[in-house]
Design a protein around this ligand. Structure first.
Ligand SMILES: NC(=O)c1ccc[n+]([C@@H]2O[C@H](COP(=O)([O-])OP(=O)(O)OC[C@H]3O[C@@H](n4cnc5c(N)ncnc54)[C@H](OP(=O)(O)O)[C@@H]3O)[C@@H](O)[C@H]2O)c1
Length: 234
């Protein structure tokens, strides 16, 4: 299905799984706002994605940067139909509970949870006004309470569990507005975060988030958590 009159904004879109999402969204006919903290990185990624891509400088940990980027996005494209909250960090090293590194926890939450929330606050009201929107929060199976079997990567896990909660709350608040909100786990994927040993390439990791970002008009899928296009237990 083509989505020629739609615009998507992908946070952390200049590399890793985010860059591949930008490619796949552009292939489906969307205009894509490729966001990176460094504008030059976003510009370079846009050259790789093609003419449907537009660069944005965006740091999701800064309310000022979020505000300026969303304003610029609206000036460039008129509206944002799809928000992919892909930007993420994994900062834990070997520490596990009960050990706590408060700086790591704060920094992880600031990007992985609050960053996505800041973006939703800036973008979702326009979607509600338009009666159409797709929000995809890129999460991880590490955030699933049902699958929580280890204390490895504690701050990262907690941030993704919290992002899942945000997904459910947003979906509930936006029921009936035409804005669908879902969480997607890309699976262990080769990238800066996933490393070179991961079994899947970015084209596989990007597939489920892109599927949720392009759910067709009339589709009621919202408030879900998916991996490989199938429900994943919360
Ligand atoms: N790879 C995996 O195995 C895996 C598995 C499950 C979930 N995930 C999730 O998939 C998403 C993408 O990860 P990845 O594997 O592609 O990682 P990556 O290669 O390390 O890329 C991380 C991305 O996040 C962006 N980012 C980090 N902090 C940011 C900030 N403050 N503001 C804006 N952007 C920021 C980076 O942008 P810059 O270019 O500006 O640095 C970069 O594009 C993450 O949410 C991650 O948790 C990954």
């Amino acid at each position: 299905m083509r989505h020629d009159d739609r615009t998507a904004l992908v946070t952390g879109g200049a590399r890793g799984i985010g860059l591949e999402m930008c490619r796949q969204l552009a292939d489906r006919g969307l205009r894509v706002l490729v966001a990176a903290r460094a504008r030059e990185a976003a510009e370079e990624a846009c050259r790789a994605v093609g003419p449907a891509a537009l660069p944005l400088a965006l740091d999701v940990t800064s309310a000022k940067s979020v505000g300026e980027a969303v304003l610029e996005a609206r000036e460039l494209t008129g509206r944002i139909d799809v928000l992919v909250n892909n930007a993420g960090v994994s900062l834990d090293r070997e520490l596990r509970p009960p050990c706590l590194d408060e700086d790591v926890l704060r920094a992880t939450l600031d990007t992985n949870l609050t960053g996505a929330w800041r973006m939703a606050q800036a973008v979702v009201p326009g979607m509600v006004e338009a009666g159409y929107g797709r929000v995809v929060n890129v999460t991880s199976s590490y955030g699933s309470l049902a699958l929580m079997d280890s204390g490895r990567h504690p701050s990262y896990r907690i941030s993704k569990t919290a992002l899942n909660v945000l997904t459910r709350m947003l979906a509930a608040e936006l029921a009936g507005t035409g804005v669908l909100v879902n969480a997607a786990d890309p699976g262990w994927t080769r990238s800066g975060m996933g490393g070179p040993a991961a079994p899947r390439g970015p084209e596989v990791g990007a597939d489920t988030p892109v599927w949720l970002a392009t759910l067709p008009e009339g589709d009621g899928t919202t408030g879900g958590l998916f991996a490989d296009r199938r429900p994943l237990p919360w």
